[in-house]
Design a protein around this ligand. Structure first.
Ligand SMILES: *Cc1c(COP(=O)(O)O)cnc(C)c1O
Length: 361
């Protein structure tokens, strides 16, 4: 590689360089075994120790209480759109969902196959620029759980707090802001996060689930969709995505060595603030999201004229700033600033934006 490239893609996304380098160093010979982690049995003592250590690291990083299982699954975050209702409701039970954008909509559509879905907030909205205050949520009488998406990756909206739903199990899709801030695990029933945004390769997902919610899956639930099967087998029902798990483990270690999720949060605030400041200080760039709900992870913005989008994306790529195109359903520009994005990348983007505005403004 002859030049520095900063990858602003929303996922699969940029991982910390040190993690990628370590994986490269260890690729052919994992810890003196003479074989690659890719080639190693998931039932070997070596892999079992890696798995156990990754769970320990994650428990420390997020202060996960003992009455929660930490499960490592395949199928990506999307698997959880079905797995949550299958495990937490009955076919005629009701679950409450908060609509804040594309990913909550996807979760709703899947859940509708497995239970009754009540949309508690955001019903009928076509575009999403704010998060309805939890005080205004219209919860049903006795929902099996209340579901929210803590960061809408496409819209660029993020919950900056844990919503209060009393004693009801709170379920959160934290795929795109996982490990970017401390979270209050004890106030949730289920937290899940696909890996490819903030901590590893795609296809892999971590589920943190309160133990009393496990063991009640709907009778038709496939074994691979039953939390209990994973809890009982230490997530080794069948062959897990061992390489992805290993990469996630390396990222957990890296986060720990950087100072944990508190350090990740400081980074995320600093980097996103810089970028939002440039947008707010200009008449050229615009971000439509209400300030207090802006995402630290996915900064979306528009240019004065849609026809400039492609020019911006192309010129940025030529300058080594890649994957800035907004999601196809919303257009515009999106800069994703996950844990792996260094400050230099954000600074380079800001310099480019200033220059682009001078030339096209
Ligand atoms: C990317 C994403 C998903 C889907 O992840 P897959 O691993 O592709 O299934 C779900 N939810 C959120 C918030 C996401 O950002």
């Amino acid at each position: 590689m002859s030049r520095t490239v900063y990858n602003f893609g929303a996922g699969p996304a940029m991982l910390p360089r040190a993690v990628m380098e370590r994986a490269q160093e260890e690729l052919l010979d994992w810890h003196g075994t003479g074989i690659s982690i890719i080639e190693m049995s998931h039932r070997s003592p070596e892999f079992e120790s890696l798995a156990a250590e990754s769970e320990r690291d994650l428990r420390v990083l997020l202060s996960i209480p003992d009455d929660y299982y930490v499960l490592f699954l395949q199928g990506g975050a999307t698997s959880q759109f079905a797995m949550v209702p299958l495990n937490l409701t009955t076919a005629d039970g009701t679950a409450d969902y908060v609509r804040t954008g594309h990913w909550s909509d996807k979760a709703i559509r899947d859940a509708q196959r497995h239970c009754r879905v009540h949309v508690a907030a955001g019903k009928g909205l076509q575009s999403f620029t704010t998060i309805p205050d939890p005080q205004t949520w219209e919860l049903s009488d006795a929902p099996a759980y209340v579901y929210y998406t803590s960061n809408e990756t496409i819209g660029g909206l993020e919950f900056q707090y844990t919503p209060d739903v009393g004693e009801l199990p709170l379920v959160s899709d934290m795929t795109s802001n996982f490990l970017s801030r401390p979270i209050d695990v004890a106030r949730h029933g289920v937290i899940y996060a696909g890996a490819q945004k903030n901590y590893g390769p795609s296809g892999f997902v971590v589920v943190i689930v309160r133990k009393d919610l496990v063991g009640h899956a709907q009778p038709s639930t496939p074994r691979l969709y039953d939390y209990k099967e994973f809890a009982d087998s230490k997530s080794l029902i069948n062959t897990p995505p061992t390489f992805s798990w290993y990469m996630a483990a390396l990222t957990f270690e890296w986060i720990r060595d950087q100072g944990g999720v508190a350090a990740m949060e400081r980074n995320a605030i600093r980097r996103s603030d810089k970028l939002y400041r440039i947008i707010d200080d200009s008449d050229f760039y615009r971000n439509p999201i209400e300030r207090r709900h802006r995402s630290r992870m996915n900064v979306v913005f528009t240019l004065p004229d849609k026809s400039l989008d492609d020019v911006f994306v192309k010129e940025a790529a030529a300058a080594g700033l890649v994957a800035l195109k907004g999601h196809r359903v919303v257009g515009g520009i999106r800069a994703s600033l996950y844990n792996g994005m260094p400050d230099e990348g954000v600074d380079a983007l800001i310099d480019f934006m200033r220059d682009f505005e001078r030339r096209h403004g």
